[in-house]
Design a protein around this ligand. Structure first.
Ligand code: HPA
Length: 288
């Protein structure tokens, strides 16, 4: 995939990293994708804006340092929340991170809770997803100029990243739910109570609009990916009132500084070696 990517000039914004060789010695192997309400990394030092043009389109990010680590930060919805979930260019984002040399991604996702026991404000480290998206470019293996490849999703979210996330959360005494099924809808509308009832009967715990195809593209690209879901509201029909974006933003605002710190702590303690199998590919040269 990497050889199909080219770099481009940044229009405006901060200092420019123009060519991949400019950051080739920086060991940028960690990325944060910020969801709703998380548009700037803050705690990073020496941060610079960067734009990459990929075969799939343009991706923007901020690169900075945290201690001896170099981190890429990408606001999923753009720096002013201008992109709704169904219009995010997930392929360009993941392709750009891959081209940068990123191996691991931590992301945030705002979700509605489908279970009354998972209350507003709860953090959930999801470990499964159900994909109900409909109109998104969801694969790098579209058969155009590459092989036909079917990716295993038995363990969709990186177990090593999830483990470190849960250790850091547990170590800080922050309550969280370890494991859960994220059902991803197309949006941008919220769900009907009938849909939520159906999702509940399928075993879903939380509902959101963005984890798919981000998680699936990351795996296709061989990148580790985990998401920390923030319960911003009870889902439709469980909530005692109609849902509002205001409510979602208010909860994210309350949590976002904590999450910035948490992610950087996780990144600081992650061992260099990946002990998972997120990067492994099946040998698809089958004999006739
Ligand atoms: N549904 C879908 N996406 C969401 C929700 C929800 O209730 N809350 C935050 N993102």
């Amino acid at each position: 995939m990497g050889d199909r990517l080219t770099n481009s000039e940044e229009k405006g914004g901060g200092p420019l990293l123009n060519k991949s060789k400019d950051f080739g010695n920086m060991d940028v192997n960690l990325a944060i994708i910020g969801g709703t309400g998380y548009y700037h990394p803050r705690l990073l030092e020496d941060s610079r804006e960067m734009t990459l043009d990929t075969k799939y389109g343009r991706a923007k990010m901020i690169i900075g340092t945290y201690g001896d680590k170099t981190v890429a930060f990408m606001p999923r919805h753009g720096d002013r929340h201008q992109l709704p979930p169904h219009r995010v260019n997930y392929r360009a984002n993941i392709a750009a991170l891959k081209e940068l040399g990123i191996q691991r991604i931590l992301s945030t996702t705002a979700v509605g809770s489908i279970k009354e026991s998972i209350t507003q404000g709860t953090l959930v480290i999801v470990d499964q997803f159900i994909d109900l998206t409909r109109n998104r470019q969801h694969t790098f293996y579209d058969g155009d100029d590459g092989p036909v490849y079917h990716t295993d999703f038995t363990e969709p979210y990186c177990p090593q990243l999830r483990n470190h996330l849960s250790n850091v959360l547990g170590g800080k005494g922050i309550p969280f739910v370890n494991g859960g099924t994220y059902i991803c809808t197309e949006g941008p509308r919220y769900e009907t109570p009938a849909e939520i009832q159906a999702f509940s009967s399928w075993g879903a715990d939380v509902v959101g609009m963005t984890s798919v195809p981000e998680v699936t593209l990351a795996r296709e690209a061989g990148l580790c990916y985990a998401t920390l879901s923030m319960v911003t509201n009870l889902a439709a029909g469980i909530s005692p009132h109609p849902l509002t974006h205001r409510e979602v933003i208010d909860v994210v605002k309350e949590k976002i500084n904590l999450i910035r710190e948490l992610f950087l702590e996780v990144l600081a303690v992650l061992p260099q070696t990946r002990s998972c199998s997120c990067w492994e590919k099946e040998d698809i040269t089958l004999e006739e």
